[in-house]
Every structure is written in C-alpha cells, then in structure tokens.
Design a protein around this ligand. Structure first.
Ligand code: C5P
Length: 322
C-alpha cells in the first residue's frame, strides 16, 4: 500500500463579480482567488485490487458517500488513469462546509493529485484541469493555489503575481449557504449573446480587471493611512442577498473594517466573511471583538503559490505536475 498526507487549503475571493446567466445555466464570473492557511487534512492510500473508493471523515460533518466531491475525484482519477486499485481516503474536515471557503473543491483537487502521484503515472496538466473542471467550478483553482484570477464559470484560472503575506480573520455564522441557492437569489439576466465587432481581447480584460482590484486594495490601504476609516469596497455581488439572510455578516464586515482591515468581504457565495490585515496584532484584536458573535472566528493567513505547491513536489525537487 502507498500513502500520502496532504493539506487541502481553503480560499477567499478578493473580488467576485457575477456578469450574468449563460446559456448552459451557469453564471459568468470575474473573481480573484487567494489560498489561506485554514486547511482540511487528507490521507490518501492506494492499494492494488478491485476498483473501489472509501472515505472516512472526522471534524465538521460532511457526507462520506458518492455525494462527497473527494470520492468523485478519486473515481474520476482512477477512470482517467485506467487504474484498477482501491483508494481509501481519511478526511479531517476543518474548513466549514458551505462557507464559501472552498473546502470541498480543495479536497477534490488534492485527491486528484494524490491518486496521480500514488499511481506513479503521468497526468498532464490539461487532463488534470479537465477532470477538475468537471468536478466543480472552483476545483481547477486548487491545482494552482496562491493568488489567481478566475474567469468563465470560475474554472478558467490565470495565476497572478504573489502579494506579501496578510493576516486574515474568518467569521462563519455556523449556518452554511448553498451555492446554487445563492446564485438563484441573484436573479441575473441572461448574458447578451456575443456579437461580431470590436471586443476587448481576454488579456486586456484580465489586465483591466486586475488593475481595478489592485487599485481598490491600494486605495483601501491609503485611505486607512490618510483618514483612518474611509474604505473603497472590495466587491462581491453575493453580499446584498446573503447579508439580507444573515444580518450578522454585515455587522461583522463593519467591525472588521473599523478594526483596520485593508479589505473585508463575503467569501464566494458565503456564508463566511473575512478581513485582511497587514499586522497580526490588528487581526488578533479584530478577532477578539468578533468572538461570541458567531460559531467560528478563526485567525489564519494567506498562503503563497510556492507554499501551496511545495507538498506536491517529487522528492528530487522536480514538480510532480506542471
Ligand atoms: O460548479 P459547481 O458544482 O461548484 O456549482 C454549483 C452550482 O452553483 C451550480 O449547479 C450552479 O447552480 C451554480 N453556479 C453558477 N455559476 C457558476 C458557478 C456555480 O450558476 N459560475
């Protein structure tokens, strides 16, 4: 039997714009993902034999059957690699489910990598990305980690330059938010079909989007330095409907900003809110102010792509995957 232990890091969304409904029923997104140190712990074991996948979980409650994305990921990796093998997964679930912090997607991406690594077979990046995208819109991001832009339904991922480490306060009310339900509450109109004629090239579009976000983060820091309180917002289109359902989130965001967060926002479609801080002492103070208002107030930090990828490197220091 071969085994591997991995951390499946969570994420926050530094920006999330929902442009409209697409003909395939999904929504067209523009988002920026950032991995954080809150992580599920996985052990994946592979032994020869009949094709079979088993999952045992501890920590936050999640299904252990086929509806768990980690099981689906193992099955799709076995099928793709045409492997007859038994996979056993032990999952210590620390990222709260339905929090918008990407736990299930990250578990799935980690399992895809784990099965490929344990099998010793090469799974080129394009095939790995295709499997990831079929599992869920956020899964491809967790093959990269760090900071990255997400386009399309979120599955089209472009790594961004790393920023210096930030301290992050997570506020999760305990009750999760279903992603599908959150999209329904947006009531976005169908996207206008693409017409012929001048349109911005995708590279220009990414540049425009990233500079808008960087400007927004920058001006948040500058505004804080100048006036000690006026912030430009990091946008997330899910905030109005999700804050209506969980008013405590709007209060948490306000408290985080007043406590000196450079940025504070809902993550994904909720229901966790985060605040980003340069100084750990400010983050700790903000977390203290939030204690008692929610089931989970968690102090974490951002995780760079280098740190994220370190665990997937082969012993010789060669990247196991591109
Ligand atoms: O891709 P994923 O399985 O994570 O999506 C869950 C649900 O969220 C989808 O079934 C869809 O209802 C909604 N969704 C969407 N547009 C996206 C991503 C997700 O409408 N870009």
């Amino acid at each position: 039997m071969k085994r591997i232990a991995l951390k499946a890091y969570g994420k926050i969304n530094l920006e999330l714009a929902v442009l409209g409904r697409r003909p395939d029923g999904y929504h067209e997104l523009r988002t920026i993902f950032q991995t954080i140190s809150l992580a599920d712990r996985l052990e994946v074991r592979l032994s020869p034999g009949r094709r079979e996948v088993r999952l045992e979980t501890t920590g936050c409650e999640v299904p252990a059957g086929k509806s768990n994305l980690a099981v689906q990921a193992a099955e799709s990796a076995l099928a793709e690699l045409k492997l007859r093998a038994r996979i056993e997964i032990t999952l210590d679930k620390r990222i709260p489910p339905a929090s918008g912090l990407g736990g299930a997607s990250s578990d799935a991406a980690a399992v895809l990598r784990a099965v490929a690594l344990l099998s010793g077979r090469r799974l080129p990046a394009d095939r790995l990305l295709r499997l990831a995208a079929a599992l869920g819109s956020d899964v491809p991001f967790f093959l990269y980690g760090g900071r990255a832009i997400g386009l399309g339904r979120g599955e089209e991922v472009y790594p961004l330059p790393e920023e210096s480490r930030r301290h992050c306060v997570l506020f999760f009310p305990g009750e999760g938010m279903s992603t599908a339900e959150a999209y329904l509450s947006l009531k976005r109109p169908p996207l206008t079909p693409q017409t012929a004629g001048p349109r911005i090239d995708w590279a220009d579009e990414i540049n425009l989007f990233c500079s808008a976000v960087n400007e927004s983060l920058e001006s948040a820091s500058n505004a804080k330095r100048r006036s000690g309180g006026s912030y430009r917002k990091i946008g997330n289109d899910f905030e109005p409907p999700v804050f209506r359902r969980f008013p405590v989130l709007a209060q948490a965001k306000k408290i985080l900003l007043q406590a000196g967060a450079e940025a504070a926002s809902l993550s994904g479609s909720g229901s966790a809110v985060y605040g980003l801080f340069r100084e750990s002492s400010d983050a700790r103070r903000a977390a203290q102010q939030l204690q008692g208002r929610a089931k989970h107030v968690i102090l974490v930090r951002t995780v760079s792509r280098r740190e994220f990828a370190a665990q997937f490197r082969a012993p010789a220091g060669r990247a196991a995957f591109p």
